[in-house]
Design a binder for this molecule. Structure first.
Ligand SMILES: Cc1cc2nc3c(=O)[nH]c(=O)nc-3n(C[C@H](O)[C@H](O)[C@H](O)COP(=O)(O)OP(=O)(O)OC[C@H]3O[C@@H](n4cnc5c(N)ncnc54)[C@H](O)[C@@H]3O)c2cc1C
Length: 266
C-alpha cells in the first residue's frame, strides 16, 4: 500500500492523535466495497459469501445468520468494518474472524490486485500480517445451518459482551493484547499462559486511574475511556503510565491492541 495513504475502517480500534496525520486517509464507502453476496461457489460443504472490505461486520453477521450460514456469529457485538476486522483478526472468547476466511482480495503498494488464500495469511492473536495491503473484499466459507439456533447463539454472544464490557462508553475496545507469561505470576497464571491484560492492570492497582480527561474503566480495566471532550494526548499518557505500572508490578510488557495514528509513525 502507498506509504502516503492510511485506510480507515469503522475507527473502532483507532486512536488518532490530536494533531491528526499527514497522509491521505481512505475510507471504503462506495457501494462496491459494502456489498455482501454469495458467489455461488461451494468449498467442501461450505457456501462462499463475498463481503466488501467496507461492509459493516455486525450487518454482515445479521445477514449471514438470517440466511442460515454459520461461522461469524461468535463475533457478535464487535464493532468493525470487514477490512478492519481482518487486519486485526478480530475475535474473542467465541472465535476469531480468521476461522471463517477462505481468501482475501486486496491491492498491494503498486495498486496491483492480489488474492491471498487463508493459508498464505499470517493470522495470529489479534494480528494478520495484512497491514501493508489495502483490503478490498473477503470471501468467507460459511456452513449451512438452522437459522433459529444460530440467532439464539448470536444473542447469547452479544449478551455476554454487554454483561462484561463497558460498551456504552466511548473507547477503542481492549487497549492491550492479552500477554503470554514468561514466568508464573501467583493468582494470574503459569509460564506460557495467555492471561487477561485487564486482570494484570487491575492487580497493578490501575482500575479507575486517570490522566487528565482519560481514565481506566471501573468495569473492565482493559478499556480506557475519555471524558466527553477528552483528547488523545491524555489517553496516550494513560496508556504509557499503565504500561509502566504493570511492568513494575509484574515484569510484563503490555503490547498495544489499539492502533495509534500519529504524525511521523507508520
Ligand atoms: C466497544 C468495543 C468493543 C470491542 N470489542 C472487540 C472484541 O471483542 N474483539 C476484538 O477483536 N476487537 C474488539 N474491538 C476493537 C475493534 O472492534 C476491532 O479491532 C475491529 O476489528 C476494528 O475494525 P475497524 O473497521 O473499526 O478498524 P479501524 O479501527 O478503522 O482500523 C484498524 C486497523 O485496520 C486498518 N484497516 C481498516 N480497514 C482496512 C482495509 N480495508 N485495508 C487495510 N487496512 C485496513 C486500519 O488502517 C488500522 O490500522 C472493540 C472495540 C470497541 C469500541
Amino acid at each position: 500500500m502507498d506509504p502516503n495513504l492510511r485506510v480507515l475502517g469503522d475507527g473502532a480500534n483507532l486512536l488518532v492523535d490530536d494533531d491528526g496525520v499527514a497522509e491521505l486517509v481512505v475510507a471504503l464507502e462506495a457501494p462496491v466495497f459494502r456489498t455482501v453476496e454469495p458467489t455461488g461457489e461451494r468449498r467442501g460443504g461450505a457456501v462462499i459469501v463475498r463481503a466488501g472490505a467496507g461492509a459493516n461486520l455486525p450487518k454482515l453477521i445479521n445477514e449471514t445468520v438470517r440466511l442460515g450460514l454459520a461461522g461469524l456469529e461468535g463475533l457478535g457485538g464487535i464493532p468493525a468494518s470487514v477490512g478492519g476486522a481482518l487486519v486485526m483478526n478480530a475475535g474473542g472468547a467465541f472465535g476469531q474472524i480468521a476461522d471463517a476466511v477462505a481468501r482475501v482480495h486486496a491491492l498491494d503498494r503498486d495498486a496491483r490486485e492480489v488474492t491471498l488464500e487463508r493459508t498464505d495469511i499470517g493470522f495470529g492473536y489479534r494480528c494478520s500480517g495484512l497491514g501493508g495491503l489495502l483490503l478490498t473484499a473477503c470471501d468467507f466459507a460459511l456452513r449451512p445451518s438452522d437459522p433459529g439456533p444460530l440467532r439464539t447463539r448470536l444473542l447469547e454472544v452479544m449478551e455476554y459482551k454487554k454483561r462484561t464490557q463497558p460498551l456504552a462508553e466511548h473507547s477503542a475496545g481492549c487497549c492491550f493484547k492479552n500477554p503470554t507469561l514468561d514466568s508464573a505470576i501467583e493468582g494470574v497464571g503459569s509460564s506460557g499462559d495467555r492471561v487477561s491484560a485487564g486482570l494484570l492492570i487491575d492487580r497493578a492497582g490501575c482500575k479507575g486511574l486517570s490522566v487528565g480527561s482519560a481514565r481506566v474503566s471501573e468495569r473492565h480495566a482493559n478499556f480506557f475511556v475519555p471524558d466527553r471532550d477528552g483528547c488523545a494526548r491524555d489517553l496516550i499518557a494513560l496508556m504509557e503510565l499503565v504500561e509502566r505500572r504493570v511492568f513494575e508490578a509484574f515484569g510484563v510488557r503490555l503490547e498495544r491492541e489499539v492502533v495509534v495514528w500519529r504524525r511521523g509513525t507508520a
